[in-house]
Write a protein that binds this ligand. Structure first.
Ligand code: ADP
Ligand code: MG
Length: 449
């Protein structure tokens, strides 16, 4: 594809392809691999005005000098702890750290004390082994500095020597593993901690807090996942977010490897759809707005379906509302962070299609079932579905053909849509494209009367 055909909207993150150290007036200086944010296309010239993400400078650069950042492949070899070698002996560790190089290191699990870790560091001509002591859910080498996980510990000793022989300099990557940090940086998804300012807590997720913040002057939301194992799982799932861009999907700005994992997203000032509807109610939110939200979600999901991505946790709590009242789908790909496979007790039963609950058959059609529940939540202004029914009763009743009644004041056409989403046979449910068309028709109808 020629560069002339590229069109990057404002906000697009691009990576520079080469050095440009002697800029002409109004041009931007940059080095190969720098990240810039597109501000606007310069009319018909193949040039862009952009802001340099590190220096904050603004200027012009040629489209041919840029590439859009690439997607991250969900690769099990991608590791937040590429220096973790598992259960190997001290001797094997010494062999791994050849030839000697001050500050070359790895972490292994102790063979003699299973569950304990050992930090092995090359120094002088020797390898020094530091036992990492577990104490009440914390880790320590010297019983003075304590860390909540290995990632934090390594991050610390890469900055400060502390009680060990040398500052850690270079991780010895386990063979077959790839450093997540390197891969993320190469593709352009690694953000810089020094540009991030954190503010108030705006939400609590299942795996960590969501904070408000600012990144290079842009308001952002930051999800912090502190547990190293969960962070690793999230990393694989975050890959899905690097593959997509749509006006109805919450946009991932990038990640920071600090304190576990920071996931930096666009800030959605009006919070999730459930709270939005509950706090405003019927008096303040007209039917047309409900339809617009429903349409936004259907369009975002149609796009996900076209990318062959299954959400698995579509629900009004995972829809976020922007300052301009645009509804966007969030938590896609992040929904089932469960490395051990599907754990039925963790499924959102009242939102999950029967075939997904029973046989673990998740598909875009099971997302359509959940979308039907989301429609019900929307038109009931944020009520919890199947009020008064226990989880177990729901599953049984559904099999007998029971379906929820329409919410009060729900247009009959919309209730018909819900019911079509709740067909027992997945093939009989509409596609998100079909749902989009029907909602557009409904909106037009509403405007015509
Ligand atoms: P989890 O799915 O891990 O439990 P969520 O991603 O649903 O957590 O986030 C929990 C809450 O934090 C949301 O319901 C919402 O209120 C808030 N939140 C999450 N992401 C954003 C965002 N990008 N902008 C604004 N608020 C957000
Ligand atoms: Mg959520």
């Amino acid at each position: 594809m020629g560069t002339a055909e590229k069109h990057w909207p404002p906000g697009t993150q691009c990576v520079t392809k080469h050095d440009h150290s002697k800029p002409k007036p109004r041009e931007l200086a940059f080095r190969k691999g720098d990240m810039v944010t597109i501000i606007e296309a310069v009319e018909g010239k193949g040039w862009y005005r952009a802001r340099h993400n590190e220096t904050g400078q603004e200027g012009l650069l040629a489209a041919s000098a840029l590439r859009e950042r690439g997607a991250i492949r969900a690769d099990p070899k991608l590791s937040l702890m590429p220096w973790f070698h598992g259960k190997i002996s001290g001797l094997e560790a010494v062999q791994e750290l050849q030839p000697p190089e001050d500050g070359l290191f790895l972490v292994r699990e102790s063979v003699r004390h299973p569950g304990d870790y050992v930090l092995c560091v090359s120094f002088g001509k020797e390898v020094i082994h530091y036992r990492v002591v577990h104490e009440e859910n914390t880790l320590s080498i010297d019983s003075q500095q304590y860390f909540s996980n290995l990632i934090d510990m390594i991050e610390h000793y890469m900055k400060e020597q502390g009680a060990i022989c040398t500052k850690l300099v270079k991780p010895k990557t386990k063979s077959g593993m790839k450093s997540a940090e390197e891969e993320l940086a190469k593709a352009g998804w690694l953000l810089n901690l020094k540009h991030l300012t954190l503010g108030d807590r705006i939400g609590q997720g299942e795996f960590g807090d969501v904070l408000q913040g600012e990144y290079l002057g842009q308001r952002v939301a930051v999800k912090n996942i502190k547990c190293d194992v969960t962070a690793q799982a999230f990393l694989a799932e975050t890959a899905a977010m690097t593959k997509v861009r749509h006006k109805n999907l919450v946009c991932l700005l990038g990640v920071i490897l600090h304190n576990g994992l920071y996931i930096v997203m666009e800030f959605m000032s009006k919070g999730n759809l459930v709270n939005f509807l509950r706090t405003r109610g019927r008096a303040l939110v007209p039917t047309q707005q409900l339809l617009l939200f429903a349409l936004d979600v259907a369009q975002g999901m149609d796009y996900l379906e076209s990318k062959k991505l299954v959400h698995r946790d579509l629900a009004a709590r995972n829809i976020l509302i922007s300052e301009e009242n645009v509804a966007k789908v969030s938590d896609f790909g992040l929904a089932r962070v469960n490395p051990k496979g599907a754990d039925a007790t963790l499924l959102p039963v009242k939102w999950t299609a029967p075939e997904a609950l029973k046989h673990n058959k998740f598909s875009s059609k099971s997302d359509v079932w959940s979308y039907g529940i989301l429609l019900w939540e929307t038109f009931s202004f944020g009520r919890a579905p199947y009020p008064k029914l226990a989880l177990k009763e729901v599953t049984e009743l559904l099999e007998q053909g029971y379906r929820m009644d329409p919410p009060e004041g729900c247009p009959p056409t919309i209730y018909a849509l819900m019911k079509s989403c709740w067909e027992l046979e997945p093939g009989k449910r509409p596609s998100f494209k079909k749902l989009t068309e029907k909602l557009q028709k409904e909106l037009k109808h509403l405007r015509d009367i």
